[in-house]
Structure formats: C-alpha cells, structure tokens
Write a new protein. Structure first.
Length: 126
C-alpha cells in the first residue's frame, strides 16, 4: 500500500471525518426533536438517515476502517465457535444450579453453627 499524503494530513482528515460524522449524528437526533410537528415516521427516518450517513463517514476514516475490519474478523471467529447442544446447556445449567444450592446450604449451616456458638458464648442461648 502506498501512501501519498503525509501522516499528519491523514490524521487531520480522519479527525475531520469523525467530527463530521459526530456532528451529523447530533444533527439527526436534534432533528428528531425539532420536527415534533411532523409524523413519527418522518422523525425516525431522519434519525436513521443521519445514523447511516454518519456510519459511512466514520468507516471512511482510518480508525473506523480498523473497527469495521475488526468487526468482520470477530464475526468470522464467531462462526468458528463450537456451540454446546441444548442437552449440554441444560446439563451445565443444572450443575450450576445444584452447586449454588449446595453452597447456599453450606453457608446457612455454618452461619447457624456460628450463631449457636456465639449465643452460647454470650449466654444468650436459652
């Protein structure tokens, strides 16, 4: 890849694109409230159009392009994941639930024993 523009100009161009995208997004949101007398469809379409154009502008910047590439690679990795079957999911959920109940019972038992010991030590047990 050849770079014709200096790095400083590219950074400035990226910043300007991101600032413009942010301003456009803010304008779309402001338009939603300023067009309060228009039908809801028009107001929502205004915001959606502003978001779409803002995303296109942001993706044209270097950070936006890197983010877009990262999202594509993440999606590819997500397809490679071996997801558990329904049966495995239910079994593991059951194991976690059973472990939580067992720990809860253990904590209740230890709390009860300690409470009895403290009560006996302080002479509160009747």
């Amino acid at each position: 890849m050849t770079v014709n523009a200096p790095v400083a100009k590219q950074r400035l161009a990226d910043r300007l694109l991101l600032i413009l995208a942010t301003a456009l997004l803010a304008a779309g949101i402001a338009g939603f409230y300023l067009l309060h007398d228009q039908p809801q469809v028009v107001r929502v379409l205004t915001v959606l159009a502003a978001v779409a154009v803002a995303v296109v502008l942001a993706v044209r910047s270097a950070p936006g392009a890197r983010l877009w590439e990262f999202m594509g690679e993440s999606r590819t990795e997500l397809r490679r994941v071996v997801w558990p079957t329904r049966r495995e999911t239910l079994q593991m959920t059951g194991v976690v639930f059973l472990a939580a109940v067992m720990v809860g019972l253990m904590l209740w038992f230890f709390d009860w024993v300690i409470s009895l010991a403290i009560g006996a030590f302080m002479g509160l047990g009747g």
